[in-house]
Design a protein around this ligand. Structure first.
Ligand code: DOR
Ligand code: ZN
Length: 341
């Protein structure tokens, strides 16, 4: 049994770093593992301009502990009124790596998101032309659609027509949770990719109700039936370059999770790469971890591979119940089996 595992340094293609005190608390967890991360723009107010993204990027750089080499890759939050020129200017300037589509009211801080995809016509046309990546939160918000079906219905109602109308648009279906999403992306051309979180490889929807309500297992898109977990995990570990690492680490203060209306989000950044290593090892494909974690995403985004490496070592370390006073990490009380040197 291998005792150490050395990998090309990975990237996180989907993370919430937040702002202010929360940013200061969590930035180091991401920066110690990942060379780069696609940073979600769902702040309050959301990041909708080049100036706001530059200023947020500076705050992130300041929050990263001394000595850690980390590049935040910024995204613009799309709204019904997004200006294609502002978006393209930010992309040209190297500020925006991607644009993020939140259907209005789909999740945390998405009230200013897009209420009708028809409003994005000019934006998507421009993105397709300039080769800018669209990151998609793929859930419909129609209250008549069961919450466990919202991703599959999004694929039928929104994503399929979008791919037909903008065939060269580079789209990442974020944090996939269903067999329909895994199948859609596997069958799609190479300009369509997907990120996969550690938690959607490990928990199914029962985790939210194990002996009582478990707010720390609640995120959006919500975890689904076991057969969906198996399909998502199989996609992650398949070696298919359409699938890549995106933690969707989404910290909320404990009180905001353990509440009558708890926030969606799982805080998995502290042991993310260790948890992915466990998944790939359990499935007998540890040799495919590096592709998923460190290569497929960079290829998709057209960015160079990282040259540095990281080393994981076998370990009995237990994930703490609390971090930074008030945050409950994913896998609290469990042993990922690996530790980052
Ligand atoms: O669980 C989630 N938390 N899903 C999202 O889409 C947003 C995120 C957050 O920002 O808390
Ligand atoms: Zn997210």
């Amino acid at each position: 049994m291998t005792e150490t595992l050395t990998l090309r340094r990975p990237d996180d293609w989907h993370v919430h770093l937040r702002d202010g005190d929360m940013l200061a608390a969590v930035a180091g967890y991401t920066a110690r593992q990942f060379a780069r991360a696609i940073v979600m723009p769902n702040l309050s107010p959301p990041v909708t301009s080049v100036a706001a993204a530059e200023s947020y990027r500076n705050r992130i750089r300041l929050a990263v502990p001394e000595g850690m080499d980390f590049t935040p890759l910024m995204t613009i939050y799309l709204t019904d009124d997004s200006d294609p020129d502002e978006m393209a200017r930010g992309h040209e300037k190297g500020v925006f790596t991607a644009a993020k589509l939140y259907p209005a009211n789909a999740t945390t801080n998405s009230a200013a998101g897009v209420s009708d995809i028809a409003n994005l016509g000019k934006v998507l046309e421009r993105m397709e032309r300039i080769g800018m990546v669209l990151c998609v939160h793929g859930e419909v918000t129609d209250p008549a659609v069961d919450i466990f079906d919202r991703e599959a219905v999004f694929i039928d109602r929104i994503l399929t027509p979008m791919v037909r109308d903008f065939p060269a648009l580079r789209i990442v279906l974020e944090h996939i949770t269903s067999e329909q999403a895994a199948q859609f992306v596997a069958d799609a051309p190479p300009n369509i990719g997907a990120t996969i979180t550690p938690h959607h490889c490990i928990i199914n929807r029962n985790a939210m109700f194990a002996g009582g309500m478990r707010p720390h297992a609640y995120c959006l898109p919500v975890a689904k039936r076991e057969r969906h977990r198996i399909a998502v995990r199989a996609a992650a570990t398949s070696g298919d370059s359409s699938f890549f690492l995106g933690t969707d680490s989404a910290p909320h203060a404990r009180g905001a999770k353990e509440s009558a209306c708890g926030c969606a989000g799982i805080f998995n950044a502290p042991y993310a790469i260790e948890t992915y290593a466990r998944i790939f090892e359990e499935d007998g494909v540890l040799d495919r971890l590096e592709g998923f974690a460190s290569e497929h995403g960079a290829h998709f985004y057209g960015l160079p591979l990282n040259e540095e490496t990281i080393t994981l070592r076998r370990s009995d370390a237990v994930v703490p119940d609390r971090l930074d006073g008030d945050l409950v990490p994913f896998m609290a009380g469990e042993t990922p089996g690996w530790s980052l040197d």
